[in-house]
Design a protein around this ligand. Structure first.
Ligand SMILES: Nc1ncnc2c1ncn2[C@@H]1O[C@H](COP(=O)(O)OP(=O)(O)OP(=O)(O)O)[C@@H](O)[C@H]1O
Length: 127
């Protein structure tokens, strides 16, 4: 920002490499992340099978993104909190519980939206 740091394509590519590494670490180590990733694959498969509309695709993809991004931020906060305070601390409990609550909110909304989109289509398939 002070003009001394010149723009460098190599540096930008390096940042991209770190971000891909973060995604890889998340998928390898975070059990909840893997569950959300599997749920995302199922939702995409169901969307494809049920021929959902473009607007429904946008909604499903936005919700998948919201759940996975929230889980990634939650996992990062947990890791940071474990370094900052390996021992029990009441404030760390609040930080971790609020971050976990954020995942719960997005996952709950994703289930509701998935039900609104998929249930009528599934019922019409079996009727
Ligand atoms: N250092 C701490 N201080 C206070 N409370 C903590 C601390 N570590 C964990 N907790 C409490 O335990 C809960 C679970 O924490 P933990 O870090 O094990 O998360 P988790 O949801 O089990 O994550 P994961 O299963 O992905 O490891 C937190 O939500 C918080 O209430």
């Amino acid at each position: 920002m002070d003009g001394k740091n010149k723009f460098s394509i190599i540096e930008r590519l390096r940042s991209f490499k770190y971000a891909i590494n973060g995604l890889r670490l998340f998928l390898m180590n975070d059990h909840n992340g893997r569950v959300h990733f599997c749920a995302a694959i199922i939702a995409i498969g169901l969307s494809w099978l049920l021929h959902i509309s473009a607007l429904e695709w946008v909604t499903i993809l936005l919700m998948i993104g919201a759940v996975i991004v929230t889980e990634m931020i939650n996992a990062s906060i947990e890791k940071l909190a474990d370094v900052v305070s390996p021992e029990y601390h009441p404030k760390i409990k609040i930080v971790k519980d609020v971050a976990a609550g954020a995942v719960l909110v997005t996952a709950f909304l994703a289930v509701i939206i998935g039900a609104i989109i998929f249930i009528p289509k599934l019922l019409s398939c079996f009727s």
